[in-house]
Write a protein that binds this ligand. Sequence first.
Ligand SMILES: N[C@@H](CCC(=O)N[C@@H](CS)C(=O)NCC(=O)O)C(=O)O
Length: 206
Amino acid sequence: MPDYKLTYFNVMGLGEQIRWLLHYVEQDFEDNRISFDKFTEMKSELPFRQVPLFEIGSQKLVQSRAITRFLATKHGLLPQDPWQAYQTEMIIDALFDCREGYFYHWKEENPAEKEKLKDKFLNETLPRHLPVFEKLLKDNKTGFLVGNAATWADIYVAYYLDCFVMRFGDSVLNDYPELKKLASKIKSHPRIKSYLENRKPLDRDI
Ligand SMILES: N[C@@H](CCC(=O)N[C@@H](CS)C(=O)NCC(=O)O)C(=O)O
């Protein structure tokens, strides 16, 4: 059994999709959640002075998307077919574009500006991206975004939809029945369900 260890803050951020992916493939790992003081102590040893850091024995991996891609490859969640692999990457790139708007909204402290960013996110960003994902699901007809089994794109999408729903409510998925089904399928995977039910309080809500 490989010796897996994820080091990240006690937040969702860029570490949570790694946690979801590992739970989905039923891979045990040490979920090492560090304080900011601990991070400051170890920062100089991190290649980009950032977390997440993922360790497999003596191998040290950084950059969240590269880590997730590596784990997806290792655990059969990255299609081998180049076209399908491309589709999963395209979905994840688009999702990161959505994430940006969501993150800027969270960070903004001025209430009027925050409201503007919320409006932009709900009325421009999501309507630009979610219909593309919804159509992929409709056209694919397998209940997954790409191919006939779950890929890392399904995990990423389910995780970020969960974030968007937590922040803005269930109505963000009103026009997207297929995405709703996908999110609920991934979240009801026994290991993910149990992880979410037992997740300890986070240091912040994003
Ligand atoms: N591109 C990097 C970004 C990593 C990143 O921004 N990490 C943040 C936490 S989410 C961090 O380490 N912040 C502390 C700092 O930069 O001092 C990734 O995807 O892993």
